[in-house]
Design a binder for this molecule. Structure first.
Ligand SMILES: Cc1ncc(COP(=O)(O)O)c(C=O)c1O
Length: 398
C-alpha cells in the first residue's frame, strides 16, 4: 500500500509561490462537475466578474488561460503579434528577457529597450525607440520580480499609444498587491499571476484585453500559430457561446474564484495597503538585522511586496537558504543571471503580507545568520512593527 502524501509545512517567503489561503485549497477539494454543467458555467461567469473587479476593467475579454503565467504571456503575444511584425520589448530583468524570447519565437521583429537590472525603464527611451522604428506593440513587465523594480507602465502605455502601438503588460506579480488600473491607465492587454499576491496555486494565467484588441486578433492576416494558446478560441469558450476548446481545469477555476473572492472581501485598496505595509515592515526589519537592500529605494520604482537583499560577504547563498528551510521551514529565493548568488529575494505576498509571517522570517534569518544579527532581532522586530502600525492601515494612493 502506498502511504498518503506527506510534505513538510513551509512558510513560502520567496518571490512566489506564496502559501495559498486555506479557503482556496478547500475550494479546490470540491467535487468535480463537467465543464459545461450549468453550475460550472455560472461559476465561470462569476469568476470573470471577480477578475474584472481586480483588474479594474470592464473588458468583456477577461478570463484565465490554462497554464502558468507565462502561458498567459505567450498567449497574448502569439495571438496578437503576426510573424514579421515589429515589437518593442522592455528588458530590465529576467522576465523582460522572457518576453523577448517569447516574441522572437512568435516570429516578431524585436527591438529591445534595455535598462540596467535594478533600475526602472525610462519612458523617454521607449519614446525614442518608437520614433526611430515604429512598432505594433510594446511588451513590458510591470513588477520585475527578478530585481524588485516596478516599471512605469502607465507612462509607457501613453508613449506607445502616441506612436500607434499597443501595450502588453505582465502584471503577474503586481496583480492584487500593487496599484494596477487596466482601464484608467489604458492598458491594452494585461496578464496576471495566481501564485503571488492573489494567494492561489500556480496553474492559470488570467488575462484581460480590450474590444479593440479582440477585433485586431479576429482580423489577423495569418492564423494564430498555437491552438492551445489561441486567445480567440479560449475567449469563445469563456463567452456565452461556450465553444469547446480545452478540457477546463475546473479545480483550478474553483480556487481562482475563491482567491478573488477573498481579495474582494478585503477590498483591493486595503489589500494593496497591506502589501505596502508588510513590504516596508520586512525591509525595516532586514535593515535592522544588518542586511543591505539591493536596487531601488522605497518609491514608485520599487516593488512593495518584494525585498531584494544582498547576500552578506562570506555567506554561501545556497547553503544558507537550505539551512533556513531545514531548520525553520522558511523558503526565500535566490536570483538569476548576474545576480545569482548575490541577492536573495524575500517576498511578502497574499496571506504572508502579515506581521506573523514577517516576524517569523526575521527570526529565522537572524538565527541562521548568527551573531550579531541574533542580538539585533529585538530591534528588527520593533522596526517591522512600527510599519505595521502605521502603513498597513493607510489608504492606497489614488
Ligand atoms: C513577473 C513575472 N512574470 C512571469 C512569471 C512567469 O510565471 P510562471 O512561472 O507562472 O509561468 C513570473 C514568475 O515568477 C514573474 O514573476
Amino acid at each position: 500500500m502506498s502511504a498518503d502524501l506527506a510534505l513538510p509545512a513551509r512558510l513560502l517567503m520567496g518571490s512566489g509561490p506564496t502559501n495559498p489561503d486555506p479557503r482556496v485549497l478547500r475550494a479546490m477539494a470540491t467535487g468535480l462537475v463537467g465543464q459545461f454543467d450549468p453550475a460550472f458555467t455560472a461559476l465561470m461567469a462569476e469568476t470573470q466578474d471577480r477578475l474584472r473587479q481586480v483588474f479594474r476593467t470592464r473588458n468583456r475579454s477577461t478570463f484565465p488561460v490554462p497554464g502558468t503565467s507565462r502561458a498567459g504571456m505567450e498567449a497574448a503575444v502569439v495571438s496578437l503579434v503576426e510573424p514579421g511584425e515589429r515589437v518593442v520589448v522592455v528588458e530590465n530583468g529576467r522576465f523582460g528577457l522572457l518576453f523577448e524570447e517569447i516574441a522572437r519565437r512568435a516570429g516578431a521583429e524585436v527591438t529591445v529597450v534595455r535598462a540596467p537590472w535594478g533600475e526602472p525603464v525610462d519612458p523617454d527611451d521607449v519614446r525614442r525607440s518608437l520614433d526611430a522604428t515604429p512598432a505594433a506593440a510594446v511588451l513590458v513587465v510591470h513588477a520585475e520580480t527578478s530585481t524588485g523594480v516596478m516599471n512605469p507602465v502607465r507612462e509607457l502605455a501613453a508613449a506607445a499609444h502616441r506612436q500607434g502601438a499597443v501595450v502588453i503588460v505582465d502584471a503577474v506579480c503586481s496583480f492584487a498587491g500593487a496599484p494596477l488600473e487596466t482601464d484608467a491607465w489604458e492598458l491594452d492587454v494585461v496578464v496576471a499571476g495566481t501564485q503571488k499576491c492573489l494567494g492561489c496555486p500556480s496553474g492559470l494565467g488570467p488575462v484581460t484585453y480590450s474590444d479593440a484588441i479582440a477585433a485586431r486578433m479576429a482580423q489577423r492576416r495569418s492564423p494564430i500559430r498555437s491552438n492551445y494558446l489561441d486567445l480567440t478560441q479560449i475567449d469563445r469558450y469563456w463567452s456565452p457561446e461556450r465553444l469547446n476548446h480545452h478540457t477546463a481545469p475546473t479545480t483550478m477555476v474553483y480556487g481562482l474564484r475563491e482567491g478573488l473572492g477573498i481579495v474582494l472581501e478585503e477590498g483591493v485598496e486595503a489589500r494593496i495597503a497591506r502589501h505596502r505595509g508588510a513590504g516596508a515592515a520586512m525591509a525595516a526589519g532586514l535593515l535592522a538585522l544588518g542586511l543591505e537592500l539591493y536596487g531601488q529605494p522605497p518609491g514608485p520604482g520599487k516593488m512593495p511586496m518584494l525585498a531584494p537583499v544582498r547576500v552578506p560577504d562570506g555567506v554561501d547563498d545556497a547553503a544558507f537558504r537550505a539551512r533556513l528551510l531545514e531548520a525553520h521551514g522558511v523558503e526565500i529565493m535566490g536570483a538569476f543571471g548576474s545576480l545569482a548568488g548575490r541577492i536573495w529575494r524575500i517576498g511578502t505576498m497574499a496571506g504572508n503580507a502579515r506581521p506573523a509571517a514577517v516576524s517569523r522570517t526575521l527570526g529565522a534569518l537572524a538565527d541562521v545568520l548568527g551573531p550579531p544579527a541574533r542580538e539585533a532581532l529585538r530591534d528588527a522586530l520593533a522596526a517591522a512593527d512600527q510599519h505595521f502600525d502605521t502603513l498597513a492601515r493607510a489608504p492606497a494612493p489614488a
